[in-house]
Design a protein around this ligand. Structure first.
Ligand code: HEC
Ligand code: HEC
Length: 413
């Protein structure tokens, strides 16, 4: 890999940005779609209050972030894939697929259709993939903000990125019990373009966060990530700055390329699985401190245990701190809502109803939410028994009130 070329490419992109900025205002008919900056994260890492965001030394740093992102990843109409040290994009993202999903709805001179994302996703997930589309405030749960690269219903553990198959399954099946629809009506090719575009928006958002983090951790106030004026004055320092930025971007991309190899294997269930004895064992485990399921899902598994927690996206808004929260809301964040454990008696599973889906949910937890990964001490067989119990709950007597004969007469209300 020729690092010199990479530096030059980013350098010349950055150099052309001034021109690019002018072109946007030079008599175009429709305003161009633009990615929005992640001001919530900037506010939480860089400054004490919203007012400080407009201080000249902060503004110059945030403008650098926007310029670097545009140079690396392009715009909503013209996505780009930068040359990065030791990164081969091709198994993950291809520019022609991104172009198909990006841009306004329609087809270009060559007849290639584009705009799939704006046609099908943008009103919920937003042009930037920030989960802030116009429909978003009315939904519960809110649409996913992709910019952390954090996904809930996947086959890989912890905060690792999802596999391509995970995202394809979400698009095919939708997310049961939420506003996220199934896109089975689209062709496989169209879904592939959309999966790639979600990945692209996620990576773009993660690089943005990583650059803001870099400023907050390693730069002094007013110090630049990349200072174009150094190009002539101090080429060595300039190249050093470019190298840091390119390394940050490459570090963001590589886990995505490795996701397939990180998939959690699902062992076969034990022989007595799903028998009355297996269900009883699952029920016993449900209440133990080893599994601690009842702590959140409640003794009757109605989802009424711990109900005052928040997901990771919401925790960033400091929901417990009214003054800070007010400032984040002023920057466009959505009103915080508590995250509720699932009512397991309904038999509605967001991440899919196949036993293998439930295995991944219980083994790895649901990243970004309070639902934890299973303790190391819980064996795979025990997880299978828990799945048998969970799957029996919708058919249990108390979930079917007409068949349930209470031992104590019900009070009249
Ligand atoms: C009507 C609103 C709506 C539309 C339209 C919509 N989504 Fe979603 N989407 C949601 C909601 C709500 C969630 C969050 C569900 C949750 O957190 O359980 C979500 C979550 C997701 C996730 C995250 C899955 C995970 O494992 O975390 C992906 C990926 C996704 N949507 C992709 C898309 C794509 C691609 C499109 C367009 C083809 C689209 N969505 C259209 C509402 C929508
Ligand atoms: C600390 C709280 C907590 C604990 C402990 C917990 N859960 Fe959950 N669980 C949640 C939350 C919150 C959700 C909803 C997450 C979401 O989809 O946003 C959830 C969702 C689920 C789901 C729904 C999956 C889907 O696809 O919709 C299942 C099944 C589940 N939990 C089973 C269990 C089992 C079994 C245990 C014990 C091994 C357990 N949970 C322990 C909080 C918890």
């Amino acid at each position: 890999m020729n690092r010199q070329v990479d530096r030059k490419t980013l350098g010349s992109y950055l150099g052309s940005l001034a021109l690019l900025g002018l072109a946007v205002f030079a008599g175009c008919d429709a305003p161009k779609a633009q990615f929005q900056p992640n001001l919530v994260y900037a506010r939480s890492r860089l400054v004490e209050s919203n007012e400080d965001l407009s201080k000249p030394e902060v503004r110059v740093q945030l403008e650098d972030v926007a310029d670097i992102l545009a140079a690396l990843m392009g715009t909503p109409d013209e996505p780009r894939l930068p040359a990065l040290p030791d990164i081969d994009w091709s198994p993950l993202l291809q520019l022609d697929q991104l172009q198909r999903a990006a841009g306004p709805v329609g087809s270009d001179e060559s007849g290639t259709e584009h705009g799939l994302y704006r046609q099908h996703c943008v009103h919920c997930h937003g042009i930037t993939g920030d989960g802030l589309g116009p429909t978003a405030p009315f939904l519960n749960p809110y649409p996913r903000d992709y910019r952390r690269g954090l996904f809930k219903f996947k086959s890989t553990p912890t905060t690792l990125p999802p596999t391509k198959d995970d995202l394809h399954r979400i698009l095919r099946e939708g997310i049961a019990g939420t506003a996220m629809p199934s896109f089975k009506v689209l062709t496989e090719d169209e879904r592939e373009a959309l999966v790639q575009y979600v990945t692209y928006l996620a990576i773009r958002g993660q690089i943005e966060r990583a650059l803001i983090y870099e400023i907050s951790e390693n730069l002094d106030p007013g110090q630049r990530l990349i200072d174009l004026t150094l190009k002539e004055k101090d080429p060595d320092l300039y190249q050093e700055q470019l190298d840091v930025v390119l390394a940050i971007a490459a570090d963001t991309v590589s886990p995505w390329l490795e996701a397939d190899s990180q998939m959690t294997e699902v062992p076969p269930p034990p022989e007595n699985w799903n028998t009355p004895e297996s269900i009883a064992e699952g029920k016993r485990l449900f209440f133990t401190s080893l599994a601690s399921c009842s702590k959140c899902h409640g003794d009757l598994a109605l989802g009424d245990g711990q109900t005052n927690d928040y997901d990771e996206w919401t925790k960033e808004l400091q929901p417990g701190n009214p003054d800070a929260l007010k400032e984040f809301l002023a920057l466009g964040a959505l009103e915080p809502r508590h995250i509720l454990p699932r009512n397991l008696r309904k038999g509605v599973y967001r991440g899919g109803r196949r036993p293998v889906d439930l295995f991944w949910r219980i083994k790895n937890g649901i990243p970004g939410t309070p639902m934890p990964a299973a303790s190391q001490e819980l064996t795979n067989d025990q997880i299978w028994h828990l799945i048998a119990y969970v799957r029996s709950l919708p058919f249990d007597a108390i979930a079917l009130p007409r068949q349930h004969k209470p031992s104590v007469p019900r009070e009249r209300l």
